[in-house]
Ligand binder design. Structure first.
Ligand code: AMP
Length: 214
């Protein structure tokens, strides 16, 4: 299964991926996670990406496209793959198309997660992340066993630098302007599936499996 998850920031792409990984195993290709790891390690890519990310802007297309190409060239092509947060612009989608053709990888579907904007806001602000394994928690809906501590790594959870009102508004503006056009882009290719909003992620996953016929 090779799928792309589309959806606004905090629409649940990462959480849905975690469910897929647990149920059937997959390579989780999250450009956001890779970029954050690069920032943590202070790599040249991380240094370039940091200013854009902290301001809620998109990192330049060339940087993320190269990063995705490098990752895809190294993986076992028969694995399940979940693209989470990539592509985010038409230019990235065109590049992904080319890379997938070169590597003879076929997409099974592109899933758009529909989530009301006020839910996105609550989710984004209550989010806590493990700096070690990137696992996502929420102060109300997805609490760790011990408050503020990662269940798996036993380290304090962090608030991401991009969790502010200003950055939230900017990320929504960028999403509407640059990423939303991908809905039409993939609809025209006959690959798009809409996922309705459910509070429980397992219900979203059930809907996704039904649409894929698995
Ligand atoms: P995410 O964790 O997917 O919400 O991404 C966090 C931030 O990383 C975004 O707000 C962007 O600044 C950057 N980013 C992640 N993926 C991409 C992408 N495909 N294109 C451009 N910037 C990205």
């Amino acid at each position: 299964m090779k799928v792309i998850l589309l959806g606004a920031p905090a629409s649940g792409k990462g959480t849905l991926t975690a469910v897929i990984l647990q149920d059937m195993g997959a390579i989780h290709l999250s450009t956001g996670n890779i970029l954050r790891d690069n920032i943590k390690d202070n790599t040249p890519l991380g240094i370039k990406a940091k200013t854009y990310m902290n301001a809620g802007k998109l990192v330049p297309d060339e940087l993320v496209i190269d990063l995705v190409r490098d990752t895809l060239e190294k993986i076992d092509k028969s694995s399940n793959i979940v693209f989470d947060g990539f592509p985010r612009t038409v230019k990235q989608a065109d590049a992904l198309d080319e890379i997938l053709k070169e590597l003879d990888i076929k997409l099974d579907g592109v899933f758009d997660l529909n989530v009301p904007r006020e839910v996105l806001y609550d989710r984004m602000m209550g989010r806590r992340t493990c700096p070690k394994c990137n696992k996502a928690y929420h102060i109300k809906t997805l609490k760790p066993k011990v408050e503020g501590i990662c269940d798996d790594c036993n380290v304090p959870l962090e608030i991401r630098a991009d969790q502010t009102d200003e950055v939230f508004n900017e990320r929504m503006r960028v999403y509407d302007e640059q990423t939303k056009p991908l809905i039409t882009y993939y609809k025209e290719k006959g690959l798009l599936y809409e996922l309705d909003f459910f509070e429980r992620i397992n219900d979203v996953y059930k809907q996704m499996k039904e649409k894929l016929g698995i």
